[in-house]
Design a binder for this molecule. Sequence first.
Ligand code: CTP
Length: 412
Amino acid sequence: MLNSPRNIVVGVSGGIAAYKACMLVRNLKEYGDDVRVVPTPNALKFVGAATFEALSGHPVSTEVFDAVDQVQHVRVGQEADLIVIAPATADLMARIVAGRADDLLTATILVATCPVVIAPAMHTEMWNNPAMVANVKTLRERGFVVLEPAHGRLTGKDSGPGRMLEPDQIADLARTALEGVDYSYSLKGLKVVISAGGTQENIDPVRFIGNRSSGRQGFALADIAAHRGADVTIVAGATEALETPPGANIVKVQSTREMEQAVYEAAQDADVVIMAAAVADFRPDSEAQSKLKKGTSDDSLSTIHLVENPDILVGLVEKRRSGELSETTTLVGFAAETGDDATTPLEYGRKKLQKKGCDLLMVNEVAGGRVFGESTNRGWLLGSDGSETVVEDGSKHLVAAQIMDAVEEFRV
Ligand code: CTP
């Protein structure tokens, strides 16, 4: 997937989440990129230099005066294609705002012209402190990508916003910054509803009809939308164990009818609804209350009678047409297509856009096990205005960013 290895600098400052930086370095190296770690002196109180050296394959220095002959404080920043700071403490962020260059990491940041992604980690009180709020605002205005911290347990008993995102989430978002994805707060004030994962229809208390959707594409969309400032609600069916994007609300559902109800409720005041879920089109006409047994005289297990489920996306389009939803609500669908001898996935996609009547349709090619459960995706983005954009093979976050770009363009 990568053309040539890029130079990524992982900056680590002195917080307990420094141990998670080790996983981040491993993740970022997975695609063959060259990763160098620049810790602050305090970071080394949490994780030893030897760990970072072994993981990155590069020597580690913290001071401008280490290896002076190599002019590291200038060279590391100049050569970087991406800097990811994880964890970023309140102190480090304040020093970046002030333009300090009192250790190798801050000097590197001052020199760099590449994207800089900051993953904060601090106690909730510190994150909410007016000085911190002002620092985050300043950093974002200056083009730094300051990721939202997760809500959750912090060290000690407290819990709230401030926990560092998980290394995989940081890596996914950082890679999109490397590809030039925009993280300006362009969706601030908008409510975005995203359905994700597969719905399941019970046959009896132990069996169900389901599908292979992992929910990753929907969660990636939620991650991008949340980091562009949107108020995000995810209506999640069955998904892999995925991290909730920071600040997003999650409504868990199982069946298509539960998803229908949850999506319609959330859509009432939404600006954008994206149906990324793999919705079960059929359900058994009745759900047995006790486990169905083999070898019994009735045919209830060998012959399951199916009835059609409601089409949630078509329902949304009708609600908008009838005025139940605002006419400014943007409706986005997905189409998972294998194609067949007579029809290509793209042709099926075009027909589906017509049939569903939504504004945008992301057509995925799913033949041969592609897409479901994988970390990459590709396809075509079709618009109701006749536009057709090829979405190149890329991470689900990268695809999500292209879909959100198209949504924003559509709403102009
Ligand atoms: N969808 C929906 N409700 C359903 C089925 C699908 O809202 N009962 C939505 C999906 O979330 C997706 C889009 O419609 O955004 C297309 O889903 P897909 O499964 O590709 O299409 P179907 O309408 O089920 O058509 P088919 O299975 O015949 O290809």
